[in-house]
Structure formats: C-alpha cells, structure tokens
Design a protein around this ligand. Sequence first.
Ligand SMILES: [Zn+2]
Length: 277
Amino acid sequence: MRPYTLHLSNFRYNLTVKTIKLANIGKCIYCLTSSHPLQTEHIIPYALNGPWILRRATCEKCAAITSSIELIILRGSLNLFRAGLDFQTRRKELRPTTWTLPVTRDGTEEIWTIPTTEYPVFLDLPVYELPAHQTGKTIERGINYVAHPLVIPNFQSVSEALKNRGVTSFTLKNTWEPHAFARFLAKVAYGFAVSFYGLDNLQEAYVLPYILDENQSDIGRYVGSDTTKPHEGKHFYEIDLFRRGLEIIERIRLFGTLPVPDYIVVVGRLRDPKNVV
Ligand SMILES: [Zn+2]
C-alpha cells in the first residue's frame, strides 16, 4: 500500500500557518469518554504551529496529561528554538527575549546576554534506536539515545557577528528528557492514526498507556528513530503512515526542512481490515 501522508510544505521559516480541521471525533481519543466536555486536540501543538486539529477529541483530564508532556518539550528543550524562529504563542509574556551564551574572547571566558534574534538558535533533536518492536531487542527501561545532531539554522550570520566582536568560540547547552519527548512523539502519531482510521477501527493502541501513564517504563519498544543520517527534506512537518499487516507504523519528521532525524512510531493494531484503505 502507498503510505498515507500529511505534509505541510508551504513554509520554511515563514511560520504563518492555516489551521486544518481533520475530523470531529465526539469522544476523548485517550479515555473514550463522551460524557465530559470535549476540547480540540492539536496533533502537533499550537505552539509549534501545528496545523492539524481534531475537533471534540479530548476531555479535560486527558488534555491536562498531554499538555504536561508538551510543556516539558516546549518550555524546555525547544524553548530557544521556538523563540528564535518566532513560532506562534498564546503566552507572549513567557517568551524569552534574551538568552545567555558562554563565549571565549581574547582567551577569556565570559557569559554574554544577547537578544534571542542574534543568538545561535539551535536544534538538537535526539536520535534514538529503532523501536525494539521492529528489531526484536529487549528494552528494560526507557529509550536509548544514539546521538544529538546539532543544527544551527542561522549559524553563518550569527557566527560572523560574534567573530566581529572578537569571539573565538561559544558554548551551546540544552537539556532533553528523552522519555517525555518519546511520549510526545507517541501522542503525535496516535492523533494522526485516529484521524486517518477513526477511533473505532483501532483494536489496540500500543502507545496509549505510554501517553497516559508516565510510569510505563519501556517506551523504546514502540518509539524510536530511523538511525540513518539526518537529512533535509521538503516539508516542515511530515507524517507518513504505513501498514505492516494490521499494524500501523508512522514516520514523523519535525522541522523537516532542516537536517533532522526521522522518528518511527509503532502506533498499534487495526481492528477490521475491511475498513482499511
Ligand atoms: Zn479523556
């Protein structure tokens, strides 16, 4: 079967984006309740300019859980990247306008505070191992890193400006919570599978317990990376969906016009092959 694909290609660093409404679900896609008020679910968060939304698709309780996962990523590891590239935000007052940068100048180490717009804004998405479900490997705990390839989209202009001010080197620091980011990827993949197949056609969503319960410890079974070299693609966001038998597998690229890794998520199993395209 040809992969089913969602691509968002109409911007590179112009991050203005139109919302794309995919479906009105009428149930919480996480706990299946239909008796509580339901909210909109962004497959990729609003704060990353995610265009795809499922309407009436999450209850307040589950939205609190998924938001808490997203906040770890958005206000943590991706905070500078979001500010530097000026992604949309509902909380402009929380956006950092300056950032500290350890530099070496004239052989001396100094800490500079510089505007985010002049900062070497960087992206260092983690590369994981392939999902253990694919390789047959046993995962005892968590998820295993392979690398953190570094991308600095504005490297040339910023490094020239720093060089002109006598800087010979600078240090970039970031913190990732690999388990939280894997849960984030699981959530993106699950939302997309629901939008394509419909909630009722999923017999089992392998990733659901990992999204809802942070104590599920072996998320590397179902979430990982394609460990081939990170590469630049055509689309800023790209989600491709494949099937292997009844199993649903997705390939996800975030910020794909930069050289980033492809993530692989084994989402779950379908109930009824008759309903499958
Ligand atoms: Zn719910």
